[in-house]
Write a protein that binds this ligand. Structure first.
Ligand code: ADP
Length: 190
């Protein structure tokens, strides 16, 4: 199973990604998590990524693409994966196509979590209290939402035209959303 989970910042991608990955026995690959791990470890990749992340900007495609390409060569991703936070730009969509095509692999579905803007700001501000993410201040959150609307939302149309989009309402209790997500995917991939 080769899946992508998409949605605006704070839609709950990371939370739902864990349940989906568990259900299908595939790794959840979060570019945000990989970047944050590199920032914590002080690697060159982390130092580069931090400059962009702290401002709510996207890390340059070249950096992100090669990181994902490398991650997808790991053995655990051979039979499938769930990408969380990638692709985020049209150039990344093409790049991912190029990573899959040589092996004859295809995406099975693109799960889109829908939420409204204001309720996610609340969620993210709450997360800032518990997780202390540097990019969870109201100003940076608003900027991340704008960048998402401009650069990432258009991807839904691209994948929609390929018939891959599965849309799920991301509002409500975590367990409720999980049930909706797993139900929609099961139906889609049956
Ligand atoms: P969220 O979806 O809550 O905004 P993520 O944890 O997915 O947060 O990503 C955090 C930050 O990591 C992004 O704002 C961006 O700077 C960087 N990032 C993650 N994935 C990508 C990507 N595919 N392309 C460029 N930058 C990325």
């Amino acid at each position: 199973m080769r899946l992508i989970i998409m949605g605006p910042p704070g839609a709950g991608k990371g939370t739902q990604a864990k349940f989906i990955a568990e259900r299908y026995g595939i790794p959840a690959i979060s570019t945000g998590d990989i970047f944050r791990a590199n920032v914590s470890a002080g690697t060159p990749l982390g130092l580069e990524a931090k400059k962009f992340m702290d401002k709510g900007e996207y890390v340059p495609d070249a950096v992100t693409n090669s990181m994902v390409a490398d991650r997808l060569t790991h053995a655990d991703a051979a039979e499938g994966f769930l990408l969380d936070g990638y692709p985020r730009t049209l150039a990344q969509v093409e790049e991912l196509d190029g990573m899959l095509a040589p092996a004859g692999h295809q995406l099975d579905a693109v799960l889109c979590l829908t939420v409204d803007r204001d309720s996610v700001v609340e969620r993210l501000l709450a997360r800032a209290q518990t997780e202390g993410r540097a990019d969870d201040t109201e100003e940076v959150i608003r900027h991340r939402q704008e960048v998402y609307a401009e650069q990432t939302a258009p991807l839904i149309e691209v994948y929609g035209s390929r018939g891959l989009v599965v849309e799920v309402d991301g509002l409500g209790e975590v367990a409720e959303v999980t049930e909706r997500v797993l139900g929609a995917l099961a139906q889609r991939t049956a």
